[in-house]
Structure formats: structure tokens, C-alpha cells
Design a protein around this ligand. Structure first.
Ligand SMILES: *Cc1c(COP(=O)(O)O)cnc(C)c1O
Length: 482
């Protein structure tokens, strides 16, 4: 835009930057370093030489301003748009833009405390939060007609579809056993529909009365699908040793795609499918434990999965998931969140009550404290359960056809590699907390009324997560539309 204003409209560079800085607002969507764009100067110069020149001018202006404020070269360094042969797009966006926002409270706080802390020091007024939302028309009205009709009947109106805060009115039924049973039966119906779809599409029969425990999202180490898989291996080994173990039958469902060049993510898919093959074909356990990895996970499949979930797996390493929106789709459809204090999970726990969900694992602060002393090998050697499941990656129990996929995951968890201390995403740190929380959940599911009451409490408090609210927040505070 600055190029168009200067080159094609004869506007002075200084004035063009002023106009641009009234136009552009930056929404950050992730704090993963590898996702913050850094473009090579050489490439940019070749592809867009004039934009490159203009960015050089903007960088020069930034450096001059900071020098005038008495910053030393070293102090200016973290702000540089151009440095070491790369263009830092985030620095460019923050400097020129008038607003910087994250997409959940904890994420926006991390931007201020960590990712962009230098910018927050000199431009605190730019920083704000806009918690993500989801559209209730697709993720409830369209995908779950049974629950939609139930809500409309209980509230006596359908105006909640455009004013989701009205769901709060459902709280008057929290102690109405008939209504709680009705809600339970709707979930059962959606689970039966999904079971039929899974039989048709994946060729696997699942028990619709079992707990449907679902993790559907892009495959990534920070999302920790492999923590879920390791825990399933643990359950499998427990059930093998003791088939009469006190255990509510559970169907673990995965879905998601890996980026084509992300080797370890493909290994996680391979592992989930291989554990599924072994568990589902073992007559000692397959009445109580089933594992499904659905093919071609996408919105149309998602619309069938969210309404059928009892448990929503939101188990990212604390501080890594900017917001998440799958977590909100599950909540709106009456699934309970099994999750870390990360992204919008924090706000889900706050809105619906931690006591109506299953929080586990280390917090951002706890992980920051051990960042330089964490030794995953200690967890591996001292915790028999952890040793058992980690060893199973390389014992031959699960077969990766000599691909080294499973050895790669094993090495990442317990072998320090090239300056990386191992277990970058703290799976072993959180394993015992995750195991215990699963164990409690598994028992509490048997109290249908109590479980259903928690489901209703979550649905009734999902109003905040409507994207209608999010969009109004952007319009009011950033776009300034009246
Ligand atoms: C909502 C949605 C996502 C995002 O899920 P997260 O759990 O928030 O990562 C990804 N893919 C599909 C198909 C979705 O519907």
C-alpha cells in the first residue's frame, strides 16, 4: 500500500506511512517460532525489488526513532525489521500497524510477556485481545439438529441462534433429572449416528454406549496426539494384564492431517493407526478399548464428530495453542474438556467451571520455571508406566515397517539431540497428571446424571464463544465501525 501511495499517487513516503499506520492492524495467530514469517532479503529483492526498498526505508525510520529515544544498537536489535539477511514480518507489522492482538486471553498475555515483549515496552497501547469464536449456525444448528430442537424447546424461543448468551437460560434445568436424561439421550443418538458413519467409512464397528473420547485437529507435536496415543498404550497394557480391571469401555477417536514435509507428524499418524490395528484386533481387550483414526478429517467429517463427543481432548503443551476453536465446538455440543491451561481452554474452564471439566498438566509458569533444568530421562527412569509405554515404541510391539518413524519419536522423547534437551513438548512431565485425570473421568462417566449435568453446564456457558461476539469486539475496538 505504501508503494502504491508513493509511486502511483505521488504521496510523500512519510505521509504514506502515516496513512498505512491508520489502516493496518495485526492479529497474531501463533507463537511457534517456525510460523513467524522471516523472509530472506535476497528472495524478496528478487521477487519484489521496490517493496524491498520501501521496507529498507521503514527499517531506517524505525532505527532513527529508537536512536533518538536513546536506544543503543544492542537495544535496537530485537526491533529490527531487516537484520542478518532476513525481513522480520512481525516486526514490520507491529511497527507500522496501530493494533496488535492475540486470539485468547492467555495468548495475548504471552505476546506481551514473551513473544513481543520489547514492543510491549515501547507501545503498550497497541496491544489487545480478541478471543476467537465459532459460528453457532454451522457448529450447532446445522450439525446437531437434535440438540438445537432441545434448546429451542427448553428456552421457548429460537432467538438464541443469533444471541448465544441466551443459552445461560438452560441453567434452570441443572437439577431437572428428566431434562438431564433427555440431554443424555440426545448425545446417545448422535453417537449412534457417528458409529454408523464410522462403520461405513472406516469399516470398524464401535460401541455407541462406550465413552467417545475424541482428538481431532491438525497433527503437530505441540498438540501432543502422541501423549494421547502413549496413554492408550498404557491402558492397553493394563487391560492385557488385568482384563477385569474396573474400566468404562472407551472409544478413542483421532482425526487430522499432517503437513507433507513434517516427518514426525506423519510418524504420529502411523503410530495412532498401528496402535489402533493392534488394539482393535486383540480379543482380550477390544470389547472395552477401541481406537479409530478417521480418514480425510475435514469440516464435513467434523460436523459429524463434534456432536458425538463425550470427551474433548485439548492437550497441547501449556503456552503453545494460541486459542483453539475445536475446543469451543465440543463445548457447544455438550462434550467435557480434558485439557491443559492453554489457549481458550482457560476461558472455557472459567466460563463453565473447572469442576465441570477435566483440567490437567503443568501451567505456562511451571514450565517456564523448569525450562532449563527439565530432564525427561529422569521421568522415564523413575516412572514405570512411562518407561513401559516409551519402550513399546521400539520393542517391536508396534510395527512401522522399518521406517524409523517410531524410533524418531522415541529419540525425541528421551534422547537429547543437537542442542535440544529432548521432549521439547513435555509429554513425560504431563503423563502422570494426564493418566490420573483420565482415570477419574473414566469412573465419573458412570454417574449419568452428574455427567449430563456437567454437559448442560458447559452448553449453557458456551455463549461467550460465539464468533458473533468476536466480530463485534473487532468492529468496536479495532475496525471502529459504529
Ligand atoms: C475447528 C477445526 C479445526 C481447528 O481445530 P483445533 O482443535 O482448534 O486445532 C481444524 N480442522 C477442522 C476441520 C475444524 O473444523
Amino acid at each position: 500500500m505504501i508503494r502504491v501511495l508513493v509511486d502511483e499517487n505521488g504521496i510523500f513516503f512519510e505521509d504514506a506511512v502515516k496513512i498505512a499506520s491508520k489502516v493496518f492492524a495485526f492479529t497474531n495467530h501463533t507463537v511457534l517460532q517456525e510460523a513467524l514469517e522471516r523472509w530472506s532479503e535476497d528472495l524478496m529483492q528478487e521477487v519484489s525489488p521496490r517493496c524491498f526498498e520501501i521496507i529498507e526505508e521503514i527499517d531506517k525510520k524505525l532505527v532513527e526513532e529508537l536512536k533518538e529515544r536513546g536506544f543503543s544498537d544492542a537495544q535496537i536489535d530485537p526491533y529490527r525489521i531487516m537484520t542478518n539477511g532476513t525481513v522480520h514480518m512481525a516486526n514490520l507489522a507491529i511497527y507500522v500497524g496501530f493494533s496488535v492482538n492475540g486470539v485468547a486471553e492467555i495468548h495475548s498475555q504471552i505476546l506481551k510477556d514473551d513473544t513481543f515483549k520489547e514492543w510491549y515496552r515501547i507501545s503498550p497501547e497497541k496491544f489487545n485481545n480478541k478471543t476467537n469464536g465459532i459460528t453457532p449456525r454451522r457448529w450447532l444448528v446445522y450439525s446437531n439438529r437434535e440438540l438445537t430442537n432441545f434448546i429451542t424447546e427448553k428456552l421457548g424461543t429460537d432467538t438464541w441462534k443469533n444471541n448465544l448468551d441466551q443459552l445461560k437460560g438452560l441453567e434452570k434445568y441443572l437439577d431437572d433429572e428428566k431434562v438431564l436424561e433427555e440431554l443424555w439421550n440426545i448425545k446417545q443418538k448422535k453417537k449412534k449416528q457417528l458409529a454408523k458413519y464410522i462403520l461405513e467409512n472406516e469399516g470398524i464397528k464401535v460401541d455407541p454406549t462406550s465413552i467417545f473420547d475424541i482428538q481431532i485437529k491438525r497433527i503437530h507435536e505441540y498438540k501432543r496426539q502422541h501423549l494421547n496415543i502413549l496413554h492408550i498404550i498404557h491402558l492397553y497394557h493394563q487391560l492385557k494384564k488385568n482384563p477385569d480391571m474396573d474400566f468404562t469401555p472407551t472409544t478413542f477417536i483421532f482425526g487430522g492431517k499432517a503437513a507433507p514435509g513434517y516427518f514426525r507428524a506423519k510418524g504420529m499418524i502411523k503410530l495412532a493407526n498401528e496402535v489402533a490395528r493392534v488394539v482393535n484386533n486383540d480379543p482380550d481387550v477390544n470389547k472395552k478399548l477401541k481406537v479409530i483414526f478417521v480418514q480425510n478429517y475435514r469440516v464435513t467429517y467434523a460436523e459429524k464428530l463434534f456432536p458425538a463427543a463425550d470427551v474433548s481432548e485439548q492437550i497441547s503443551t501449556a503456552g503453545k495453542e494460541a486459542s483453539g476453536t475445536g475446543n469451543m465446538k465440543f463445548m457447544l455440543n455438550g462434550a467435557l474438556t480434558l485439557g491443559t491451561l492453554d489457549g481458550a481452554n482457560v476461558e472455557i474452564f472459567a466460563e463453565a467451571g473447572e469442576e465441570n471439566n477435566y483440567r490437567f498438566g503443568a501451567t505456562v509458569e511451571e514450565l517456564a520455571e523448569i525450562a532449563n533444568s527439565y530432564n525427561p530421562f529422569e521421568y522415564y527412569s523413575k516412572d514405570e508406566n512411562i518407561k513401559d509405554v516409551v519402550d513399546s515404541l521400539v520393542s517391536g510391539e508396534f510395527n512401522d515397517n522399518g521406517s524409523y518413524y517410531f524410533l524418531d519419536i522415541y529419540n525425541e522423547l528421551i534422547k537429547p539431540q543437537d542442542g535440544n534437551r529432548g521432549d521439547q513438548y513435555y509429554l513425560l512431565k504431563d503423563f502422570e497428571s494426564y493418566r490420573q485425570t483420565h482415570e477419574r473421568l473414566n469412573k465419573e462417566y458412570r454417574n449419568k446424571l452428574e455427567w449430563s449435568r456437567k454437559c448442560l453446564k458447559n452448553i449453557a456457558n458456551a455463549g461467550f464463544f460465539s464468533s458473533d461476539r468476536t466480530i463485534v469486539n473487532y468492529a468496536d475496538d479495532i475496525w471502529k465501525i459504529d
